[in-house]
Design a protein around this ligand. Structure first.
Ligand code: 4AD
Ligand code: MG
Length: 499
């Protein structure tokens, strides 16, 4: 009799598992359908319990919140859950109930549990305790299962969506600019070569140099540093376009704000001057921040608390004066300061940290490039709001920027943010054929190879402008993460290309 009973029970179990479609935790939390039998699948965060009852907290990545599973050991055999530990994946069917505890809204009284994949506790590296971000970077294959990377990844997705929505609503066309290119858009020579040539024994010209005519494309090619030049071509026909793609820079900067592979949003607009360009940049940044506040409240609340805890471990003088939400509102609620390079050089020259030699790079004269310490001083200490700096010396900016009448400065604009420094770099472009050609010659930009770029200035040229937003720098700002390697799933940086 008992056998038959058990048999019937397992059939019932199987049927429960079979029929029920899985519901995501986020939907269970919001469903309110108490008493309903549901199925949930996910990864175990913790398991604890006593003789009669066990508690499993489960997360499936749909939300920062876990769901608690109550396992009555009179209903489910202890041996069925013995191999469940942190990191294991399980499928659980049970009754959704309103949680009597204060920590969560709902929980599940388990009726059937299936272990999908065990995670040997002696080997599984993510234990239910705080791991350092450095440690998690080495476990990038598993860090999606942590609260921090779950939250960052969901916010990152929301921002990608919001960027496309922002431009779509304004009638911009998204352009896929090429990733393999023969040109150095920024002229900084920081490119990764793309080749199929045998590096040990390459084909040579008579003078001993490498014969790239024999390479795959019949010429030298690289990974692109920017989609701008191609975006310009598209704008000079479609008016308003933007690119959003990966860009690559072989600069050997081992900093918390540089990646060798990062994503950039580059709008390019015909008939825009630099002021229109700045208006759009400010509108876009505020739109994205508002979108995050409105659409990612739980993840931002978690990240804000994480940041507070992290700040507590720092020395008083190194702590950020603002909480995450405050920082976001600081940008949202302030008109950005618009000023010129010449003005800020004056401010920096006479600033306390410059006079007391506290800057790592002292500002001595007009012409110096701004470092992030200067940019942050301007935003955080001097203006106390986001800053847009225009009219930089032409010698420290790219060849395509429009030269001002003073013949010393160009119509560049950088947007500077708290914590980050430069978040956007942009400019009005040189639309005059002869002046562009002159700049290219002055800066040794190969004019022959860029015949197509020059031709757009020969046929129906128009004033136009654009800018580039570093997506990961934006993500750092929105999430409060100090290191850029923690806001992209698989960071690429000098000596680091694992995963
Ligand atoms: O100032 P940049 O070099 O400007 C351009 O590439 C232009 N073509 C943009 C345009 O006008 N269409 O780069 C733009 C932004 C920077 O402000 C910064 O936010 C980000 O890209 N950026 C990086 N982010 C991460 N790692 C790096 N190595 C970066 N280099 C630039
Ligand atoms: Mg720049």
């Amino acid at each position: 009799m008992k056998k038959v009973h058990n048999f019937a029970k397992s059939i019932l179990k199987l049927k429960l598992m079979d029929k029920l479609k899985r519901t995501k935790i986020i939907d269970l939390i919001n469903s309110g359908e108490y008493g309903k039998t549901v199925n949930v699948k996910g990864w175990v965060r913790t398991k604890r319990g006593s003789k009669n009852v066990a508690f499993i907290t489960l997360n499936d990545g749909s939300t920062i919140h876990n769901i608690q599973i109550v396992v009555d050991l009179n209903v489910i055999k202890e041996e069925d859950i013995r191999n469940i530990s942190t990191g294991a994946s399980v499928s659980i069917t049970g009754e959704l109930i309103e949680s009597p505890g204060s920590g969560q809204k709902v929980e599940i009284n388990a009726k059937a549990i299936e272990v999908l994949g065990e995670a040997d506790p002696d080997e599984y590296p993510l234990q239910p305790k705080k791991h350092s971000l450095e440690f998690l970077r080495e476990k990038a294959h598993l860090r999606f299962r942590t609260n921090t990377f779950g939250a960052i990844t969901r916010v990152r997705h929301a921002m990608i969506f919001a960027i496309h929505k922002f431009f779509n609503d304004k009638g911009f066309c998204n352009i896929h600019s090429p990733i393999i290119t023969g040109t150095d858009a920024e002229g900084a020579g920081e490119m990764f070569r793309v080749t199929v040539l045998d590096l040990i024994n390459p084909p040579l010209n008579e003078d001993g140099t490498v014969n790239f005519k024999e390479d795959f494309f019949g010429k030298e090619t690289n990974l692109t540093v920017s989609g701008q030049l191609e975006a310009e071509l598209a704008a000079l026909g479609l008016s308003d376009v933007y690119t959003f793609g990966p860009t690559f820079r072989a600069e050997n900067s081992n900093t918390s704000r540089h990646l060798a592979e990062f994503w950039m949003i580059e709008p390019e607009m015909a008939f825009y001057d630099i002021n229109d360009d700045m208006d759009l940049a400010e509108e876009m940044l505020k739109y994205l921040i508002k979108y995050a506040i409105d659409n990612c409240p739980d993840d931002l609340a978690f990240l804000s608390k994480r940041l507070l805890d992290e700040e507590k471990t720092k020395k008083q003088e190194e702590r950020s004066p603002m909480e995450l939400k405050e920082k976001l509102l600081f940008v949202l609620n302030n008109d950005f300061e618009r000023t010129t390079y010449t003005e800020v050089i004056d401010i920096l020259k006479n600033s306390k940290p410059n006079k007391k030699k506290k800057f790592r790079f002292l500002i001595e004269e007009w012409g110096a490039d701004l470092q992030s310490e200067h940019e942050r001083y301007l935003v955080e200490k001097h203006y106390k709001k986001p800053v847009m700096v225009t009219d930089y010396p032409k010698d420290i900016k790219a060849f395509y920027m429009k030269v001002n009448d003073d013949n010393k400065t160009v119509r560049a604009m950088d947007v500077l943010f708290p914590q980050i420094g430069e978040i956007i770099g942009g400019s009005q472009r040189e639309e005059n054929y002869n002046r562009l050609l002159k700049r290219m010659r002055e800066m040794n930009v190969p004019e022959k190879e860029m015949w197509w770029y020059l031709e757009t200035r020969k046929f129906g040229t128009v004033p136009h402008s654009g800018f580039g937003l570093g997506f990961e720098r934006m993500m750092q700002f929105i999430t409060g993460m100090g290191n850029i390697r923690d806001v992209i799933p698989f960071p690429r940086a000098p000596q680091s290309a694992e995963f």
